[in-house]
Design a protein around this ligand. Structure first.
Ligand code: HEC
Length: 486
């Protein structure tokens, strides 16, 4: 095997391409026929945006491959056992719904990703996505995206916009994620509105994200409702200006079922909102009820047990908690967090500050029972964000076109850093250790990323990244080995 690396790689690509281009058990020939049928069904040489219709059982990827900027792909109700990768800008992918019959993307618990988009101005609307091991719906380095009205069930991350600017996540339902149902990572100017999240480890999360709004979501029955975090070792070193308002956050008490090797495994259950490290956060006019350990927990990276990153300020500063409705929080203490609250001879705690924070405030209202907030001041009512209704950029974000080198760097940031931090373990080994393993062997790194094999017993499997293509993976390998340093 060792001397046949090229061959091995070529064979690896085949099944993946087939999986991407066709429904479940089809042969290569059938997939090809389908693709040509698709192409001839659409008007040749027509000017302006087109609609491309995917009939039940057809290939969504073939339609994406054929589509041009501005086109809309309509997917009829039915089950599609496929992964879809959108790597061009301005494509709308819309699932049609007929009562209970959705356009269903089914990963059958073997495929890694449902829909991945790296093109700017992608719209993903109306899909029922289930059975994927990694991401239900993910954007990677894409700006001006919209993820609307989808139902995502049982992925590691349900909906995961990563490293993007100016995006809307609205009207989706997410359940069963082993990490966050909706996970906004390293992004700017994002609105998360009117979604429903239940049965996830974390319902909604902003991680290393700046200027973002979560409003009018219903978040119930997760281990923790909302997580506002900064994770060390990532290329984005801060998280700030987030408004969390008008949400209903209740009964987030299920057991944490994240894999024990992941950071999410450390998230306590029985918490409405957990704040670990970001700054300038407004939590206003939410209904926070029935969370067994505490309504809102404010802590810092060090207290949470995350490694220190000299470029990251580990403290949650400027937390403003105003005008929320509180009911029945902290009434049923359990786990380590519950033990700590009980040890302070308390229960029924609505707000708990643990560790260090600066410049935080609380608008004292009837019934707010807080612990550890001695250094907090009273919020000035003029700080209200009651009329703040979007964090998005009015005229949209720029849509840069990237050179191959930039594309490599960006894809590294958007994809690999989701699991690999520079000098600590996130889901996979540190990038530092990868650099040492593959010094001057970019081909080896490309091959591993395209076709990972199990190496470390105590880590999860790494999902194949072959959908990114050989060229992008080569750029990523060059970036990691020759340009990247912390
Ligand atoms: C969903 C999480 C995830 C993503 C995304 C991911 N990795 Fe990994 N990676 C892992 C895990 C987990 C391991 C450890 C697997 C093992 O040892 O069995 C790993 C291991 C590796 C290794 C070590 C190989 C070795 O020989 O020990 C390399 C190289 C690597 N990943 C490269 C990449 C690159 C490049 C990307 C981006 C294109 C990437 N990974 C994206 C999770 C991920």
């Amino acid at each position: 095997m060792k001397n046949q690396n090229h061959l091995k790689y070529a064979f690896v690509m085949l099944p993946v391409l087939l999986a991407a281009c066709s429904g479940g058990g089809e042969t290569k020939q059938e997939a090809k026929q389908e693709e040509s049928a698709q192409a001839s069904a659409s008007p040749e040489g027509a000017a302006g945006p087109r609609e491309i219709v995917v009939e039940e059982g057809g290939s969504i990827q073939a339609a994406v491959n054929e589509a041009k900027s501005g086109d809309t792909i309509i997917v009829k109700p039915g089950v599609y056992k496929q992964s879809v990768y959108i790597d061009k800008p301005n494509i709308t992918l819309r699932g049609l719904r007929d009562g209970d019959r959705w356009a269903v993307l089914d990963g059958e618990t073997v495929k890694n990703d449902g829909i991945i988009a790296s093109g700017h101005s992608t719209v993903i609307d109306g899909f029922y996505v289930k059975g994927y091991k990694g991401n239900g719906i993910m954007t990677q380095g894409a700006n001006n995206f919209q993820i609307l009205n989808n139902h995502v069930e049982g992925a590691f991350y349900g909906i995961f916009p990563q490293y993007g600017r100016n995006g809307l996540v609205k009207g989706n339902t997410v359940t069963g994620s082993e990490d966050a149902g909706i996970y906004v990572g390293m992004s700017d100017n994002i609105d998360v509105l009117e979604n429903v999240a239940y049965g996830n480890v974390m319902g909604l999360e902003f991680e290393n994200t700046r200027n973002a709004l979560m409003a009018r979501n219903h978040i119930y029955g997760n281990a923790s409702g909302i997580a506002l975090t900064i994770v060390p070792g990532l290329p984005v070193k801060d998280a700030y200006s987030q408004v969390i308002k008008d949400n209903k956050i209740e009964k987030n008490n299920i057991e944490n079922f994240a894999p024990s090797s992941s950071i999410a495994a450390g998230v306590p259950s029985g918490v409405g909102i957990i704040v670990v490290g970001p700054d300038d956060i407004t939590i206003e006019n939410n209904e926070i009820a029935g969370n067994d350990n505490v309504g809102v927990l404010v802590t810092d990276l060090l207290t949470f047990g995350l490694s220190n990153d000299p470029k990251v300020d580990p403290y949650s500063d400027g937390i403003k908690i105003m005008k929320n409705t509180w009911r029945d929080n902290g009434d049923n203490l359990s786990g380590m967090l519950g033990g700590m609250i009980a040890a302070a001879s308390r229960s029924g705690v609505e707000i708990l500050s643990m560790g260090k924070d600066r410049d935080s405030c609380l608008l004292a209202e009837d019934g707010v029972d807080a612990l550890g907030v001695d250094q907090w001041t009273a919020c000035d009512p003029s700080m209200t964000k009651a009329t703040f209704d979007t964090a998005m950029i009015k005229d949209g974000a720029e849509e840069p076109v990237y050179s191959p080198e930039q594309k490599g760097r960006l894809t590294y940031l958007a994809v690999c850093t989701g699991c690999h931090a520079y000098d600590s373990v996130l889901h996979g080994p540190s990038v530092e250790s990868i650099k040492a393993l593959y010094a001057d062997n970019p081909e080896g790194l490309v091959q591993y990323a395209a076709n990972p094999v199990r190496k470390r017993e105590d880590f999860p499997e790494m999902p194949a990244q072959s959908y990114l293509g050989d060229d992008v993976l080569t750029q990523i390998a060059d970036y990691i080995l020759y340009d990247l340093g912390e």
